[in-house]
Design a protein around this ligand. Structure first.
Ligand SMILES: C[S@@+](CC[C@H](N)C(=O)[O-])C[C@H]1O[C@@H](n2cnc3c(N)ncnc32)[C@H](O)[C@@H]1O
Length: 430
């Protein structure tokens, strides 16, 4: 028996039959994602809108094929025998995915140019190849995983190939987790509490949630456990003045609003006004009137100085997103400009210092697994700001997460959530 890590992956197709048109569609969507850099969920939505006749199962079939190819692209290229330095065509990759599902017939082989091979030959070929190829990673990313996780790198790489769970954060102003779990169960949705997160529930199945009455009543938000941990890390207290500097669509701002309550205030900022524009509807649904949205030019925007300083400044920094590869598998193939990202992160941290009250906390977080954006970024921050230090995390966090020198990692292979990094910074008081 081959080692479990060497087992060939198989797409879990919702329909055990693949038609030529489905292969062509999947290849076309992949071309849009990889040539034009369109995020996979947006490219799929665009295709669904353009081809309204597609049924639910057809859509699920398409999404499964596209995600499978994006996750396993290097392994597919290896099986296709693509020479080093070259990449396979989207059609070939989809064809190989269909072959791995055991569904490649003559017509599909001709369409995709895939030569059917016995499973055992393919297993042997993969067993001989590098871990990077087996895990569908660029060589430099496998090296980064090894630098960050040492002997656990393969376990993390494997976990990143799995499907992401659906986590929710219960809005304690509307209901409490046990009551919501019962409501969900009555609708056929099983959930379990997330250890360490009092308002977190993990759903056992990936079913649509946004049509539920409880969702519209603001009883919960869909939010990965990793993001919920970061809100907890802010340790925001009732009545505090909080800045969510990179708020995006405000998932974490909502959790912070709950923590500071009606007496407190959250200023949610982002350079992308379009993202931020989704927050008012979300906060109205959750019933929070203590969040204010403010688009900014960058973290040096004078408006921020005018509104500060703050008790808590959260920097949920723009990053490579390598911790979210399960939800955004296209990021595996599109290399980010790491240098530019690290420069922005450093700037955000430096500006964050000026915006944090003397006794306040500055919380730095990324959904990256790379040391460059995490531990190394914090090391350079501390070198630039010798009057700052990494604060100790509350005991609950050090027990539940992997914490080294006050810096926490949330791991897809351990916590099951997206990969995150965070630490809490504060001024030295001596
Ligand atoms: C990781 S995302 C934030 C996700 C968000 N906090 C949430 O919980 O959904 C990073 C965000 O930083 C924003 N951003 C990028 N550069 C920025 C800057 N210089 N100042 C503030 N925000 C910035 C991006 O537009 C993006 O929305």
């Amino acid at each position: 028996m081959p080692d479990q890590l060497f087992t060939l992956p198989k797409p879990e197709l919702p329909v055990p039959r693949v038609f030529p048109q489905q292969i062509q569609r999947a290849a076309a969507v992949l071309d849009v994602i990889l040539s034009d850099g369109v995020p996979s969920d947006r490219a799929l939505q665009h295709c669904f809108r353009a081809e309204r006749q597609m049924g639910k199962r057809d859509r699920a079939q398409l999404q499964t094929l596209v995600f499978f190819v994006l996750r396993h692209w290097r392994l597919l290229d290896e099986l296709l025998g693509v020479p080093p330095g070259e990449v396979a065509s989207a059609l070939g990759r989809v064809g190989m995915a269909v072959h791995l599902a055991g569904l490649l017939d003559e017509t599909l082989a001709e369409l995709t140019g895939v030569v059917a091979r016995p499973q055992i030959d393919m297993v042997e070929r993969i067993a001989r190849s590098s871990p990077a190829k087996r895990f569908g990673l660029r060589d430099e990313d496998m090296a980064r995983l090894e630098a960050a996780f040492g002997s656990d790198a393969a376990a993390v790489a494997k976990a990143l190939l799995a499907r992401a769970p659906v986590d929710i954060r219960v809005n304690s102003a509307v209901t409490e987790p046990r009551a919501l779990a019962e409501t969900l169960l009555a609708l056929g949705l099983e959930s379990t509490p997330i250890p360490g997160l009092p308002n977190g529930l993990r759903l056992s199945d990936n079913k649509p949630l946004t049509s539920l009455d409880a969702y519209h009543a603001g009883a919960f938000e869909i939010q990965d456990a990793g993001s919920q941990w970061i809100v907890e890390a802010c340790q925001a207290q009732s009545g505090q003045h909080v800045l969510d500097l990179c708020a995006g669509a405000g998932g974490k701002s909502l959790g912070l609003a709950e923590a500071v309550g009606e007496q407190g205030h959250v200023l949610a900022c982002d350079t992308e006004a379009e993202r931020l524009a989704r927050l008012p509807e979300r906060s109205a649904r959750a019933g929070w009137r203590n969040i204010e949205c403010q688009p900014i030019a960058d973290s040096a925007d004078p408006e921020l100085q005018r509104r500060g300083p703050f008790d808590r400044v959260l920097i949920d920094a723009p990053c490579s997103g390598s911790g979210t590869w399960r939800r955004h598998p296209e990021l595996r193939q599109i290399p980010p400009d790491l240098e530019a990202l690290c420069a922005t992160q450093a700037q955000l941290l430096d500006d964050g210092v000026r915006l944090t009250k003397t006794d306040g906390l500055l919380i730095y977080a990324t959904c990256s697994l790379w040391r460059e954006e995490n531990e190394m970024q914090i090391a350079s921050f501390l070198a630039r700001h010798p009057d700052w230090r990494v604060a100790e995390l509350p005991a609950g966090m050090t027990h539940a997460l992997t914490v080294v020198a006050g810096m926490a990692r949330i791991r897809p292979d351990i916590q099951g959530s997206d990969g995150f990094f965070f630490c809490v910074l504060q001024r030295k008081n001596d």
